[in-house]
Structure formats: structure tokens, C-alpha cells
Ligand binder design. Structure first.
Ligand code: ASP
Length: 437
């Protein structure tokens, strides 16, 4: 019976069990049991996903690039990918800004709550400020310098350096295409074989996914509610409107903007797209990390949507690092929300600065939990808002992070599908493509 269930159903059951276990543990006071005996399995699942991320990027990107017979195609795909990513990010931010300006969630925020929360979280904010101070002292071209690693082993040792490994893999793949020496064929075959092996490992890991997400969610509920459930509920009530604006924006992008893009540029029905993406959504939601979700995204986009490995291996890893529609939308909403709570009116120029800096900040955010919030400091600094305002939104950042990660991975998958379609690099999957040609 269990074996016959599709993957998404198994993961969904895992999530539900995790929530139930978490709630029971919190209400019976045995949160320690979850922390000691259940949560570790969630961390193991997370580690497994992270473990394959780097080898997967390297092997699949080298195979993808070396499989493209002409280099102009690569640069065309590159330009298309980055343009689509930028356009969707700017649209997402604009939607966030419109919603937060119309609904004004920060205007009704009680003054005494503001003071209380800022005192409560002052300490947490300090650490984040120091991290960003280091970024700020860099020159304007530092981001280019950061893309080029000085040591590939060092770069591959840290999952936050994905862009560096992508850079090396593209360089490696390009050289493989250009060198016409029979000896090079061995290298090509080796990397292609490595790619197959990694994909098999991902299959193994996904067998473990239901247990992994169960443990992650149970642990999260225990962590989140701490000892006092009523405190957490109270917090939700205070920040409810802000959370609703973020969630409303995310839903609007997912259910209106993406379907429009899919229909216009790829001729794909969004119901078919979302059906394939469902397991990816569940993993993104449970892990809060688009980088950790990458192996699953890759598998679904290739197997479910029929996107060629050449395109998926190029477009998706780049998306994980630079395309975060959910994160950028959230950053725009959060910045304006903080301004509203502090009674600061933002000019049009400042709102435009938010569009620019939130785009850059989401490009700079790594696909790991909480990264978007740290980079939000850059947006706040750019428009002269008090960084201490982060204290207001810190408490409910994790659930919003889970949701924005879902949008982040959906955006990557959508653009890879569109790029594949326009490059004729997508296979016909029955019932999926309404062929526009
Ligand atoms: N957790 C997000 C991601 O991995 C990034 C963020 O918004 O914090 O995509």
C-alpha cells in the first residue's frame, strides 16, 4: 500500500504526522523527546540533500554545458535566463510594494508592542548587523570578485559558494567543448557517469524524504512554540496583517503571474505545472532552503516536465543563487512595514530604491534558511530605515521563510521550463504541452 503511493503523497503524510507529533509533544510537555530522538532524522535528511548539492551542480552543469555543441547557444540561454530572472524578480517586488502600500499593515501596529519587541530581540539583531557590516565595507565590484574562486576545493567546501562552483563548472564544460582531443572524451564520459550516479543517490535520499520532513516539522513546531503556546499565538495576532500581506503577495505571484508567464511563453497549463511541482513545494516548505531543494527540483523538472538536462542543469542552479522572487517580495513588504511602524513616510524615490536594492539583495541571498532576512538589512540601510526594526518581524520569520522558499523554487522551475520551450529543449509529456507551434 505505502509503496504504491506517489512520492508527493508520502511526503504530505510525513508532514502531517510531523505536525501532529509536534503539537502532541508541545502540549504534553515532552518537547525534549522530539529534540533528542526525532529532530536528528530531519537534520540527517537536510544534510543528505546538502551533501549532493555541490557534486550535482558540478556534474550536471559540466555535462549540460559540454553537451551543447555550440557556444553561442550557451550565451543565448544565459542571457535569456538572467533576463527572465530579473523581470520576474522586479514584478514580484512591485507587487509586494503595491500591496503593502495599499493595505498598510504597519499603521495599526501598537506603539507599546513595538517598544517591547525591540527590547526583546535587540540582542539577536546585533549579530546580523555585524554580518552585513562586512558586506557593506566591500567595493561595488566585489560581487564579481566573489564569483571567481581562488581555490576550487575551498569553494566546494561551503554550500554558500554555489556561484563559485557554477563558475568553475561552466569554465570546465566550455573547455571540454573546445578541446578536440580524443583524450578529453574520457573526461566527458566520466562526468556524465558521475552525473548518473548522483541522480541515483538523489533517488535514495527521496525514499527517506517522508521521514525527514516529518522530523523537520515536528522539531520546528517544538522550537517555535518553546514553552509558551499562548505567547506565540499572541504574536501571530499582532503580526497577522503583515504576514497576510506577504502571503497574499506570494500567492498572487504563484497563481496569477507565473501561470500567465507559463501560458504566454511556454504554452503550458499551470495546473499541469503545479502537479509536477508539488513534491518540490513540500520539500522546499519543510527545509526552508532552495539550495537543499535543488536536487528534487532538478529531478521533477527533468522527469515531470521533460526539460532537457542541458537546460535544467544550467538554469536551475543559477536560479537557486540569483533568482528569489519570494524573498525579494518579502523584503519589499518587510521594509515598508518597518517604515510604517516607525511612522516614516517613504518617498517615491525611496520606494524605487527598494526595488533596486531588494533585487540585488535577493541575488546576494544564499538559498538557505533565514538568508533573506539578513540581506534585508541592506535594503533597510539603503533607504535609511532603522535596522533595529528587524526585531518586529523576527519572531514570525521562519514560517514566512518556508513559504517564500516555495515561491523561490517555483520561479526557478518556471523559468527553466520557459527557456527549455523556447530553445526546443523540452520533451513532449502527454497532456502537458499544448503545442503552440
Ligand atoms: N530560505 C530562502 C531560500 O532558501 C531564502 C530566504 O528568503 O531566506 O530560498
Amino acid at each position: 500500500m505505502w509503496n504504491r503511493l506517489p512520492l508527493w503523497a508520502k511526503i504530505l503524510i510525513g508532514m502531517l504526522v510531523g505536525v501532529v507529533v509536534g503539537i502532541i509533544a508541545v502540549s504534553t510537555g515532552i518537547g525534549w523527546f522530539v529534540n533528542d530522538w526525532i529532530k536528528p532524522f530531519g537534520l540527517i535528511f537536510l544534510n543528505l540533500l546538502k551533501l549532493v548539492a555541490m557534486p550535482l551542480i558540478f556534474a550536471s552543469l559540466v555535462t549540460g554545458v559540454s553537451g551543447l555543441s555550440d557556444i553561442t547557444k550557451l550565451s543565448r540561454i544565459g542571457i535569456k535566463t538572467i533576463s527572465y530572472y530579473l523581470v520576474t524578480t522586479v514584478i514580484a517586488i512591485t507587487i509586494g510594494l503595491l500591496l503593502v502600500n495599499i493595505l498598510k499593515p504597519g499603521k495599526s501596529f501598537p506603539e507599546e508592542k513595538r517598544i517591547e519587541m525591540m527590547e526583546m530581540y535587540a540582542h539577536d539583531i546585533e549579530g546580523r548587523k555585524i554580518a552585513v557590516d562586512n558586506i557593506k565595507s566591500d567595493g561595488p565590484l566585489q560581487f564579481l570578485v566573489d564569483i571567481v574562486p581562488e581555490n576550487i576545493v575551498g569553494a566546494a567546501a561551503n554550500n554558500a559558494n554555489m556561484l563559485q562552483v557554477i563558475f568553475f563548472a561552466i569554465l570546465f564544460g566550455l573547455a571540454l567543448v573546445i578541446v578536440k582531443n580524443p583524450k578529453v572524451e574520457v573526461v566527458k564520459d566520466f562526468v556524465a557517469g558521475l552525473n548518473e550516479v548522483i541522480l541515483k543517490i538523489i533517488d535514495f535520499i527521496m525514499q527517506f524524504a517522508p521521514i525527514g520532513v516529518m522530523a523537520l516539522l515536528a522539531g520546528l513546531i517544538v522550537d517555535f512554540s518553546g514553552d509558551n503556546v499562548s505567547d506565540s499565538l499572541h504574536l501571530f495576532a499582532t503580526l497577522g496583517l503583515y504576514a497576510l500581506v506577504v502571503i497574499g503577495g506570494l500567492l498572487f505571484v504563484a497563481l496569477v503571474i507565473y501561470p500567465t508567464f507559463l501560458r504566454l511563453f511556454a504554452g503550458i497549463r499551470f495546473a499541469d505545472f503545479y502537479k509536477t511541482m508539488f513534491p518540490v513545494h513540500l520539500v522546499a516548505f519543510s527545509t526552508s532552503s532552495s539550495a537543499a531543494t535543488l536536487p528534487v527540483t532538478m529531478e521533477q523538472v527533468e522527469k515531470g516536465l521533460g526539460v532537457s538536462n542541458d537546460v535544467a542543469s544550467f538554469v536551475l542552479p543559477i536560479g537557486v543563487t540569483i533568482n528569489m522572487d519570494g524573498t525579494s517580495l518579502y523584503q519589499a513588504v518587510a521594509a515598508v512595514f518597518i517604515a510604517q511602524v516607525f511612522g516614516i513616510d517613504l518617498t517615491l524615490g525611496q520606494q524605487l530604491t527598494i526595488i533596486l536594492t531588494a533585487t540585488l539583495a535577493s541575488i546576494g541571498s544564499a538559498g538557505v534558511p533565514g538568508a533573506g532576512m539578513v540581506m534585508l538589512i541592506i535594503v533597510l540601510n539603503a533607504v535609511g530605515l532603522p535596522v533595529e526594526g528587524l526585531a518586529l518581524i523576527l519572531a514570525i520569520d521562519r514560517p514566512l521563510d518556508m513559504l517564500r522558499t516555495v515561491l523561490n523554487v517555483t520561479g526557478d522551475a518556471m523559468i527553466s521550463t520557459i527557456v527549455a520551450k523556447t530553445e526546443r529543449e523540452i520533451e513532449y509529456v502527454p497532456g502537458m504541452i499544448e503545442d503552440a507551434e
